[in-house]
Design a protein around this ligand. Sequence first.
Ligand code: TXA
Ligand code: MG
Length: 312
Amino acid sequence: MKTFLTSDPIEAAEFIRSGGIVAFPTETVFGLGANAFDDGAVKKIFTAKGRPSDNPLIVHVVSTDQINEIVTVLSDHAKVFMEIFFPGPLTIVAASSGKISPIAAAGLDTVAFRMPAGKLAQELIKAAGAPLVAPSANVSGRPSPTTWQAVLEDMDGKIDCVLKGEPTTIGLESTVIDCTGSVPVMLRAGAISLEELRKAVSETVDGTGSANVRPKSPGTKHRHYSPRAMVKFIEDGDVEENIARSAYIGMLHPKGNYEKVKIVGSVEEYARELFEFFRECDRSGVEVIYCQSVSNVGVGAALMDRIRRASE
Ligand code: TXA
Ligand code: MG
C-alpha cells in the first residue's frame, strides 16, 4: 500500500469516508483514525498497529451531538469534566449506546471519548462526517509518535494517509477518567493532572496504582512506550560506570559521559520531548537511556508513568 501524505484535512477525510485509515496530529500525540462505525476500517487499525484485540479504542468527537450518539447517559461528574476540559486532553469513559464498532469497543459496554483541541484534528473529524476511533499512531509497544515523520517510521506502507502537521504540543497521551461509577476514577495518568481533576471534582480517585485490581483500562496492562534501548531512571545524572552507548534526558546537567544528552527546561518540555528522544536514540543505536526522575506532581506523574513502563 502506498501511504499518501497531505497537509489538507479535507483531502485526508476522503480516505476515512472511503473506509481507509489516516494518521493525524492531536494536541497530545498523533492518532491513527478510522470511522468509529465502520468495522472494516477499525479492523485495519488493529492490523496496522499489531494491537491486541482486547484493547479498546478512544472515540474522537467534535460536537455534543456526536457524544450523545455514542453514550447512553452521562453522569453529572462527566458533565463537569466536559465543561472544564473539552476540547482538550481528557478522555471520559461512559456507558456506551452500542453504536460504535464492537471491534473498537473490544467487548466492553462502555465507551471512551474525547474532544481533541488541535485544529487539524477537529477539521478532519468534521470533514469525515463521523466520530473517529484513534489509538496512538505507533506500532503497538513503541513510543507514541509526536511528529509526522515518526508516524511514517512505524506506519509507511501500512496505512492509507498521513495528515501532516506541526509536532504535537503536549507529547504524552490524554488522561483517562472513568465516570461510570459513583465517584470518578482516573485510569491513566496523562496531560491533565490528578490535582486538576480534583479541583473540578474533589472525590476523584486515583485508580492507576491499584495493581491488584483488574485493570479497567485494558491498555494499561500491555507493554508500552518502549524504545529498543534499555530505559533506566537516574536521580541526578551521575552514572558510576561509563556505559559505552548511553544517553541522558533530564532537567539537571549530568556529570556522566553520555553519547547523547538532552537538557529540558521544564517538566512540560520533558513530556513534550520524551518520546521523540526515545526514537532518536533508537535511530542512532544508543543502548541505554537514562531518564532523570521528577516529582509526581502535575504532568510529572504521567511522565514518570511512561518512563516506568518503558523501563519494564
Ligand atoms: O491522547 C490520546 O489519548 C491519544 C490520542 C491519539 O488521542 N490516544 C491514545 O490512544 O493514547 P491509545 O489507544 O494509545 O490508548 C487508549 C487507552 C488505552 O489504555 C485503552 O485501554 C483505554 O484508553 N480505553 C479505551 N476505551 C476504554 C474503555 N471503554 N474503558 C476503559 N479504558 C478504555
Ligand atoms: Mg498508545
